[in-house]
Each structure stands twice: as C-alpha cells, then as structure tokens.
Write a protein that binds this ligand. Sequence first.
Ligand SMILES: Nc1ncnc2c1ncn2[C@@H]1O[C@H](COP(=O)(O)OP(=O)(O)OP(=O)(O)O)[C@@H](O)[C@H]1O
Ligand SMILES: [Mg+2]
Length: 249
Amino acid sequence: MYLEIKNVTLLYDRAMVLNEVGLRVNEGELVSLVGPNGAGKTSLLRAVSGLVKWEKEITKGTTLGKISITGSVLFNGEEMTELRAHQIARRGLILCPERGRPFREMTVMENLQAGALLCKDKGVAADTIEMVYSLFPILKDRTNQLSGSLSGGERTMLSIGRSLMSQAKFLLIDQPSTGLAPKIKEDLFQRINEVHGLGITILLVEQDVSFAFDLASRNYVMSRGKIIAEGTSSELLDDELIRKTYLGL
Ligand SMILES: Nc1ncnc2c1ncn2[C@@H]1O[C@H](COP(=O)(O)OP(=O)(O)OP(=O)(O)O)[C@@H](O)[C@H]1O
Ligand SMILES: [Mg+2]
C-alpha cells in the first residue's frame, strides 16, 4: 500500500496553493508532513482523496472561482486522479479530516456502523467495532451518546475509528492534535501509533512538530505550497536553518 504523489500543482484562481508537490509513503510507513499555517497541507490531503475535483465540479460557473489541478497520485500504482472520492475511499485510502466530521445527530455506534457500510461481511464489521473499542475505550463508554456532543479529542478518535470500520489500509490524518490538551494529545498520539502497529500505513499532517517527529520514521516539510525538505527526524532537527525557520523549534 504505497502512495506516490508526483508534480501536483493546484491553483485557486491564480493563487498557487500547491507547487509541483512530490512525496512518497512506502508500505507500512508512518510519515509526517509538517509546515506553517497556509502551507497547503490540507489542500494536498483533499486533492489526494478526490475532494478537490469534486469541488471543481460544484463551483464550475459560479463566483467561487476557478480551480486548476494537475499532477499524478498513484496508490499501489493505480492513478487516483481519475477516480472519484468514494472510489478512492473504497480502495482503503481514507482521509480523517481535521477535528473529525462525524454525523452529529447519530450516536457513536451508529457512526461506526455507517463507516462499515462498505464492508459486506457483518462478522468482520462486528470484529472491527470490537477492535475500535479496544483501541479507544472512551468510545465504548460513549457508544450511545450523540456524536455532536463529543469533545474534540473524542471526535478525532471517532473519525479514526470510522475509517478503520471502512477497512482503511492507508490513513491521511489531518492535524489530529488541534485544540487538545497536552495529556489528551499524548494519549491520542499513542493510539495513532497503535493503529500504525496494526499494519496501517499513515501520512500524518501535524502542527505539533515534536509529536509528529517522535512518531514518524520520515518527514516532509512544506512551505508555501512546496516541499522544501525531507528526512528523518534527527536529520531535519540537525539542520539549524530548517529547525528555526520552518519547525519553530
Ligand atoms: N477553497 C479555497 N479557495 C481559495 N483558496 C483556498 C481554498 N482552500 C484553501 N485555500 C488557500 O490555500 C492555502 C493553503 O491552505 P491549506 O488549508 O491547504 O493550508 P494548511 O497547510 O492546511 O494550513 P493550516 O496549518 O492552517 O491547516 C491558503 O492560503 C488558503 O487560504
Ligand atoms: Mg490544514
């Protein structure tokens, strides 16, 4: 399950949000993508998941402006830029958006079951719910609670749990730590590590560079729509210019 992004350029009107971006995540890796606000990280994840194309269709001819996107996204060698968002998700390449987006008026259990709609085998779905509950015991405690009333951290866990229900093989996780207290953050990062331990490949976008670099085997640094550095955590931290200018450490 590898992901190879090549030469992805994205323009909103004439603003270049992604400028010939390339990166690769190999089978079984946990790779981080870090960079300042507005660098283009979320835009890249959305493009990979087929959501930018979808936007392109609904904004056509409206005042929202023109979107132009070029480049190539290979998932296990298959071109994703030709596919629609649901087809990409069906292949196991799944986005966990920032702050999660559960169906608010559904309970935790119903949200997890909705994630399993793609899963035809009910036995597998039941086993996966058990697995999600053992990874995130707090979700089990909240099983009948409406998702709209979950805390930020719980919502993020539910979002990851829901992707596991849809048999994710590769997770694109967008800033899971946003708004979380340090202790909860630490716990969540441990859970993400456990999800990775299950054999799921992960591209983790994160603003908390220290946490991201602790978890990831390799990292990419993005600034103003460009990948400006790549390396192991120690390689990047040893580079004073990168550390001070882009990592804020
Ligand atoms: N739909 C859109 N239309 C126009 N500009 C957009 C759109 N979505 C994002 N942008 C612009 O693209 C740039 C990159 O935004 P993006 O959300 O990808 O950054 P990011 O790296 O995820 O930042 P953050 O760390 O704050 O989440 C920003 O300047 C943003 O204003
Ligand atoms: Mg973002």
